[in-house]
Design a protein around this ligand. Structure first.
Ligand code: BEZ
Length: 249
């Protein structure tokens, strides 16, 4: 998927602002070697560096890496896929915020993360959990279907019960697993929901005629207004899966 990195930093900066809480759980120590998996535009990667750790950021998006390099030229960043990366030296910790739901082959990512960590290395990750943005996905799917389009879901939003066994099979001991609601305020009071769908849901409309897309977006806005528009602002119905795990074998 192509990322509009300007729309991301202008209207969806909450993604990395919320990630600051996860960074506190990571608690990076000076001289630790840390991988930021899916570093995006680099804000959290830089914060890890600011705490004295030696950080490496990877992302599959050239657009996001261009933005990250422009904003934070001193960072070490690489264009790599989460299912297929390797470094000569292992990491003390892997950090990943709001990324892993984009990778359908989640077993491959977990294997890669285990392989990239030192023995006893830690994983501090957060991504979309079961029923994440279900109201938005449900409304868009309903209207796509009504217009005669077929839609295949593309995100991976697991429950704790589905995800933690994958970690355990790959040599991790799970220390914390939390599945929580996080209704997320969208920045633009008028176009917040449409901006979100344009930025993150481009796949919905890959094969959709532009006039149908405009009509569907209008209907989705009308459908969701009673539930996701409150006190003059749009919210997205996020559900997060937050995990801390330690490599044990
Ligand atoms: C998330 O962070 O949960 C998310 C972001 C974009 C699309 C879907 C989910």
């Amino acid at each position: 998927m192509n990322w509009d990195s300007d729309l991301y930093t202008q209207k969806h900066s909450f993604v990395y602002q919320y990630g600051e809480g996860l960074l506190d759980l990571l608690n990076p120590q000076p001289a630790e070697r840390i991988l930021d998996l899916g570093c995006g535009s680099g804000e959290l990667t830089q914060q890890i560096a600011d705490r004295g750790a030696q950080v490496v950021g990877i992302d599959s998006s050239a657009e996001m890496l261009t933005k990250a390099r422009a904003q934070f030229p001193a960072l070490e960043l690489h264009q790599m896929d989460a299912t297929n990366f390797s470094f000569p030296e292992k990491f003390d910790a892997i950090f990943s915020n709001a990324v892993l739901h984009w990778v359908p082959d989640y077993e491959a990512v977990v294997r890669q993360m285990a392989d990239a960590l030192k023995p006893t290395g830690r994983l501090v990750i957060e991504f979309g959990g079961q029923h994440n943005v279900a109201a938005i996905v449900g409304a868009v799917t309903r209207h796509l279907t009504a217009y005669g389009y077929t839609f295949r879901p593309f995100w991976f939003f697991p429950s704790i019960g589905a995800y933690t066994p994958v970690l355990e099979r790959n040599g991790f001991a799970v220390r914390l697993a939390q599945h929580y609601d996080r209704n997320t305020l969208l920045s633009d009071p008028e176009t917040g929901l449409t901006d979100w769908i344009e930025q993150f849901g481009a796949y919905f409309f890959e094969d959709v005629r532009p006039d149908d897309k405009a009509a569907i977006l209008e209907k989705v806005n009308a459908d969701l207004r009673p539930t996701l528009f409150r006190d003059g602002r749009w919210y997205a119905d996020y559900k997060r899966l937050r995990i801390i795990a330690e490599r044990t074998v």
